[in-house]
Design a protein around this ligand. Structure first.
Ligand code: GTP
Ligand code: K
Ligand code: MG
Length: 439
C-alpha cells in the first residue's frame, strides 16, 4: 500500500440516498475517470455522463463528473468526484469498476493525510477538518471551521518563523564571534526568546476553553436520595430520561443526557443518591456517582428544601459547585446551605429553572466559550507548546552561545511537531537568505 496509489472512497454517508459522492485522488485519476466516463470533463465544471463498465461497456449509472487537476485540489493531487445515484448496488458496481481500473479503496482520513503531505494544510488544520465533521453544536462548528481554515496554523507558523529568525541571529552571533567582530545578535536572540515565551504562555493560559469546547462539558448532579436529581435531569432534558419515584435509592447507575447550552455541548449526568448504603449494587452506584462528580467540570449539589442538608452532599459544596434547593413548592429554601446562598428551584413546578439554565449557560461560556479567539483544542497542542515554553526559558538562561542555539532549535522542533511543518532546511534557508555572512 503506497501513498502514491490512486484511491477512491465514498465521501457521503453509506446507505441509500438521493445522491452519493465517490471521490478519487492520485496520479491515475484522470486516466481512470476518462475510461469510466468516456473522457474528462472541463476542469471544475460539472458534466453529466454515463459511467460504463470497462469490461463490457455496460452503463453502470448516469453521474455528474467533476475533475479537479492538481495541485489546486483538496489533496493537491489530481482528483475527481462522481455524483452517483445513492444506492448500494450502484456503489458496489462503480467501486468494482474503479478497482478494476487500478484504484484502491482509501484508508480512513487518507484524503486529508494526502492534503497534509502535499502541503495543502498543516496538522492543526487537518485536525480542524476532523473536528468539523464531528461538530455537534454551533460553537464547536465555529471553532473547528476556524481551525480547519488555518487559524492555529497561522498563529503557530508565525511563531515558528520568529523562532527560526532568532535561531539564525544566534548562529550568526556565533560566526561573528569566531571572527572577533562585536555584535549584539546574541542578546537580540535572547530578548526575542523571552518575548516569544511570554506570548506562548499567554496562549496556554486559556483555562482549557478550546479543549473543553471540543470535548464538551460534563455537569454532574449530586445529592441525597430523593433530593429530586432525576426529576431535575428530566426537567432540563425535556423528556423522561431517568426513572423518578418516591422510593429512596431509585437511581443506581449514571444516567446521561446530551444538551447544547449556548452552543457548547454538555453531558448532564444524573447519579445515585449519596448515603451509607447497605445494598451492594447501590454502593457501586454511589461509587460511580462520586467518580463522575470528580471528573465533572461543574457539580450541581441538590438539596431538598423540606429536609435538613445531608453531610454527604454538603461535602461537595466547594468552589465550582452550584448549590440548589429543590422542592421549594413544599418548603421555603434555606437562606444558606454550607455557607452558600442556594438557587431555589422546583423540578416539579418548574420554578427557578430558567434562572438555573441562565447559570448553566454562564458557566458554559466561562468554561468553554471560545468567542473569536483561536484557542488550542487538543492535549497534543498543549503538550507541544508547554515544551516549547520550557526550551525558550532554557535559552534565556543559557550562558554558552552554543547552548542558546541548541535550546532554540529544540523549541523550534516542538513547534514543528505541532504543525508538522518545520525541518532543518527552513533554518538554513533563513540563515542564507537573511544574512550575508561573507565567508
Ligand atoms: N413536591 C416536589 N416533589 C419533587 C420535586 N422534585 C422531585 N420530587 C419528588 O421527589 C421524589 C424523588 O424524586 P427523584 O427525582 O426520584 O429523586 P432522586 O434524587 O433522583 O432520588 P434517587 O434516585 O433515589 O437518589 C419523587 O416522588 C419526585 O416526584 C419537587 O420539586 N417538588
Ligand atoms: K427516588
Ligand atoms: Mg434518581
Amino acid at each position: 500500500m503506497s501513498a502514491t496509489d490512486t484511491v477512491f472512497a465514498l465521501a457521503s454517508g453509506a446507505g441509500r440516498g438521493a445522491i452519493a459522492v465517490m471521490r478519487l485522488s492520485g496520479a491515475e485519476t484522470g486516466a481512470i475517470v476518462a475510461r469510466l466516463a468516456g473522457g474528462l470533463p472541463r476542469a471544475r465544471h460539472a458534466s453529466l455522463r454515463p459511467l460504463r463498465d470497462p469490461a463490457d461497456g455496460e452503463v453502470l449509472d448516469e453521474a455528474l463528473v467533476l475533475w479537479f487537476p492538481g495541485p489546486a485540489s483538496y489533496t493537491g493531487e489530481d482528483s475527481a468526484e462522481l455524483h452517483l445515484h445513492g444506492g448500494p448496488a450502484v456503489m458496489t458496481a462503480v467501486g468494482g469498476a474503479l478497482a478494476a481500473l487500478g484504484a484502491r479503496p482509501a484508508e480512513p482520513g487518507e484524503f486529508t493525510r494526502r492534503a497534509f503531505l502535499n502541503g495543502r494544510m498543516d496538522l492543526t488544520a487537518a485536525e480542524g477538518v476532523a473536528d468539523l465533521i464531528d461538530a455537534e453544536t454551533e460553537a464547536q462548528r465555529r471553532q473547528a471551521l476556524r481551525q480547519a481554515d488555518g487559524a492555529l496554523a497561522r498563529l503557530y507558523g508565525a511563531w515558528a518563523d520568529r523562532l527560526t529568525r532568532l535561531l539564525a541571529h544566534q548562529e550568526a552571533a556565533i560566526e561573528f564571534a569566531e571572527d572577533d567582530l562585536p555584535t549584539d545578535l546574541g542578546d537580540r536572540a535572547r530578548d526575542g526568546a523571552a518575548a516569544l515565551r511570554a506570548e506562548i504562555a499567554a496562549h496556554l493560559a486559556d483555562g482549557g476553553r478550546g479543549e473543553r469546547l471540543r470535548e464538551g462539558l460534563l455537569v454532574a448532579i449530586l445529592g441525597a436520595p430523593n433530593a429530586g436529581k432525576s426529576s431535575l435531569l428530566n426537567a432540563l432534558a425535556g423528556r423522561e430520561a431517568a426513572i423518578v419515584s418516591a422510593r429512596a435509592g431509585t437511581t443506581r447507575d449514571v444516567v446521561e443526557v446530551r444538551l447544547a447550552l449556548v452552543g457548547v455541548p454538555v453531558t448532564l449526568a444524573d447519579t445515585a443518591g449519596l448515603r451509607e448504603a447497605a445494598d451492594e449494587i447501590e454502593q457501586e452506584g454511589i461509587r460511580r456517582a462520586r467518580r463522575r462528580a470528580e471528573e465533572a467540570d461543574l457539580v450541581l449539589a441538590v438539596f431538598a428544601a423540606d429536609v435538613a442538608p445531608d453531610p454527604e452532599t454538603l461535602a461537595w459544596v466547594r468552589p465550582g459547585a452550584l448549590v440548589l434547593a429543590n422542592k421549594v413548592d413544599l418548603a421555603a429554601a434555606p437562606a444558606v446551605i454550607g455557607g452558600v446562598a442556594p438557587l431555589a428551584i422546583s423540578a416539579r413546578t418548574g420554578q427557578g429553572l430558567d434562572a438555573l439554565r441562565a447559570h448553566l449557560a454562564a458557566a458554559a461560556t466561562r468554561l468553554a466559550g471560545a468567542g473569536d479567539a483561536a484557542l488550542l483544542t487538543r492535549p497534543r497542542h498543549r503538550a507541544a507548546l508547554t515544551e516549547a515554553v520550557a526550551w525558550l526559558a532554557e535559552a534565556e538562561a543559557a550562558s554558552l552561545p552554543e547552548l542558546v542555539s541548541e535550546t532554540l532549535r529544540a523549541a523550534l522542533r516542538s513547534l514543528g511537531r505541532l504543525t508538522g511543518r518545520i525541518g532543518v532546511e527552513d533554518i538554513l534557508d533563513v540563515v542564507f537568505r537573511d544574512f550575508c555572512i561573507g565567508k
